[in-house]
Write a protein that binds this ligand. Structure first.
Ligand SMILES: Cc1cc2nc3c(=O)[nH]c(=O)nc-3n(C[C@H](O)[C@H](O)[C@H](O)COP(=O)(O)OP(=O)(O)OC[C@H]3O[C@@H](n4cnc5c(N)ncnc54)[C@H](O)[C@@H]3O)c2cc1C
Length: 338
């Protein structure tokens, strides 16, 4: 039987493992950490992610209103039913690992892949053979490095998680503080993630300035960050291919995340499932990956216009805030992200 080794037990790797194992493939997932899902992430999910069957009882919160601000304006995207949710990544990891194991996949935690050859790799000093290798090992992927693919488009994302109950989910646009990105307030049941992202290629604002601006913004809004730890992690959105002979890249390792919103969980699961289907059926046409790439193409155009000048960014975001006052626009926007 063909053996598939998957590096990384994030949403991309676990989704691929579940589908492959369900189709009677021999699957081994190698995860360097001792806890699955222990990942710096705000855990924001739009409805499309829920199409993977994530049960309601592992969601933290569901919202049918998203408040958006600029420096002087405030509005909200509203719907009759919830269209955005938050999840704790450890809960998501636990649920996905259970599904993969029940389907027959083997998952080894505390197992770091150190080097990779054509048909074998070394993890914790031991040689493991494979017929296919899936790199689902996130934005600092060793599999991507082994394939010789450079990464230039990166969002540096960072967040505080505070033990505070917060009612509303919010996004805040201020080009002087956060450039073309936004700051978020994503509430959970008893805590909240407050963070932002900075594109390392954006010349008008350094990543360190964005970090300082986030701190100032938190303090102004009364969030006690004195004793909180700022956690940071890159988001690779630099897609340069996903199939390389018997090796594949999925999720952040391939750069499937959105450079515009930083959203990556859904794209990780979707690309993981597509690559699994390709290994199962050689005629599979990667229909979901093709869709992700179409979305990324449009996002790239928006991103580049946002980066032209601060005044253009300001105009675009104010336009967005004015438009979401209209119900028909909210419906269109929600449909677009779903
Ligand atoms: C601050 C922040 C906030 C974010 N907020 C959101 C959000 O609200 N919504 C959203 O959709 N996305 C968000 N993202 C993006 C999201 O976290 C990623 O897109 C998503 O986790 C990608 O999934 P993945 O499976 O590709 O990789 P990961 O989740 O990164 O999983 C990769 C796994 O591989 C393991 N690994 C790495 N190297 C090795 C190795 N050598 N050997 C063995 N194992 C290895 C890692 O330990 C990890 O478990 C955020 C990211 C950041 C940084």
């Amino acid at each position: 039987m063909e053996k598939i080794v998957i590096v990384g037990a994030g949403p991309a790797g676990l989704k691929a493992a579940e589908i492959l194992a369900k189709n009677k493939k021999e699957v081994l997932v190698l995860e360097q950490k001792n806890i699955i899902g222990n990942k710096v992430c705000a855990g924001g999910l739009t409805n499309k992610s829920l199409s993977f069957g994530i049960p309601d009882n592992i969601l933290q919160r569901k919202f049918n209103e998203l408040i958006i601000h600029s420096k002087n304006k405030k509005s909200s995207i509203k719907s009759n039913s919830p269209f955005i949710a938050t999840i704790n990544r450890k809960d998501l990891g636990k649920w996905m690992a259970k599904n993969a194991k029940e389907a027959g996949a083997e998952i080894k935690i505390n197992t770091k892949v150190d080097s990779i050859g054509d048909k074998s790799l070394i993890a914790n000093g031991k040689k493991i053979n494979f017929d296919y290798l899936i790199g689902a090992d996130g934005s600092n992927s060793i599999v991507r490095k082994n394939l010789g693919i450079k990464t230039t488009k990166i969002l540096e994302a960072f967040q505080y998680v505070l033990n505070k109950k917060v009612k509303d989910i919010e996004m805040y646009f201020d080009v002087n503080r956060f450039g073309p990105a936004y700051a978020w307030i994503f509430p959970y049941k008893n805590s909240v993630s407050i963070g932002t992202g900075a594109d390392s290629n954006y010349k008008k604002l350094k990543v360190s300035e964005v970090k300082n601006n986030l701190d100032k913004w938190c303090i102004e809004r009364g969030y006690d960050i004195k004793n909180a730890r700022l956690c940071a992690c890159p988001i690779n959105y630099d897609y340069q291919g996903h199939e390389f002979g018997n090796k594949f890249l999925v999720g952040d390792a391939a750069g499937f995340s959105s450079g515009l919103t930083g959203e990556g969980i859904y794209f990780a699961m979707l690309s993981g499932s597509d690559v699994a289907n390709k290994i199962i059926n050689k005629d599979y046409d990667y229909k979901n990956i093709k869709h992700i790439l179409r979305v990324k193409k449009y996002e790239e155009i928006i991103l580049r216009t946002l980066e032209i000048s601060k005044s253009i960014t300001r105009i675009e975001y104010n336009l967005l805030i004015n438009m979401v006052k209209f119900n028909w626009f909210d419906k269109k926007l929600i449909k677009l992200v779903d």
